[in-house]
Write a protein that binds this ligand. Structure first.
Ligand code: SAH
Length: 253
């Protein structure tokens, strides 16, 4: 059996309880060494076989899974954040299907949630934006043309950019081709929830300069949108004049 487990964004205590239990019981752990906090590995059993997938090909990862399976061992495949985002799990799962090896999936806290908590931010403010676009700038992995940042930026919604902090000057150009302006609030969150987390609040117009000043070129998310500004409308859910399934509106006195 192979358990895919989301490790969370960085802080060791942000793995789920279920993920932690699986990690404790694993005979083999294959972890994404580039971003998973290695301290998590201290939870494993003393004789656990541990592999860093950052140094392995897909076939090498699958070989270790196959070997473990043939010995009747339990494997945990530990991915950063939540593996449904940029996790490259599909190709592993398809291969496991072909090999007839069973697997399941335990979600993790994605770094985009970690970044919001680093800023005490709410992505979906009433009257500001009710939509979060999660995307990346094309790099070595291409992005379908209809999903280019200039096109997605037309919406002016909240936007979270993964895998793009090495190309911030070009990213800034792209963002300015849509509905965002030089003054639209933006933020860069480096290593959200890690002990060396860094947050930079700026605007779309100063993104490149501020990233350079802070020396941030990787392991960061770029957040864009008016949710980072002061103005919003209070949620109707807690409005005294609003009736919900659970609460009657209070009469105006
Ligand atoms: N599945 C992961 C994302 C993997 S892609 C998740 O859910 O978070 C790797 C990219 O995620 C990095 O290039 C960076 O943009 C972002 N990232 C991962 N961990 C991060 C963290 N702690 N702080 C900021 N960005 C992070």
């Amino acid at each position: 059996m192979v358990h895919f487990v989301g490790a969370g964004p960085g802080a060791v205590d942000l793995i789920t309880v279920r993920g932690q239990e699986l990690l404790r019981s694993a005979d083999v752990v294959i972890y994404a060494g580039s971003l998973v906090n290695p301290e998590l590995l201290q939870m494993t059993k003393p004789n656990c076989r541990i592999f860093n997938s950052a140094r392995m090909t897909l076939d090498e990862v699958l070989d270790e899974m196959k070997k473990a399976e043939s010995e009747g061992l339990v494997t945990v495949r530990l991915h950063t954040g939540d593996m449904s985002l940029y996790g490259a799990i599909r190709e592993q799962m398809d291969a496991l299907d072909e090999l007839g090896i069973a697997y399941d999936d335990t979600p993790g806290v994605s770094s985009f949630c970690g970044a919001a908590s680093a800023l005490n931010a709410e992505y979906t403010l009433p009257n500001v934006s009710q939509t979060v676009i999660i995307t990346r700038k094309a790099g070595r992995t291409p992005v379908p043309e209809r999903e280019g940042i200039p096109s997605l930026a037309q919406h002016g919604s909240t936007m979270v950019l993964f895998l793009s902090s090495g190309m911030i000057p070009a990213l800034q150009e792209d963002l300015l081709q849509g509905a965002y302006t030089e003054d639209t609030p933006a933020a860069i969150v480096y290593k959200a929830t890690w002990p060396d987390e860094k947050t930079v609040r700026c605007t779309v117009g100063t993104l490149a300069d501020e990233a350079a000043k802070a020396g941030i070129t990787k392991t960061a998310l770029v957040l864009v949108g008016d949710f980072l500004a002061g103005d919003y409308e209070k949620s109707r859910l807690y409005d005294p004049s609003f009736t919900t399934e659970f609460r009657k509106a209070k009469e105006n006195k």
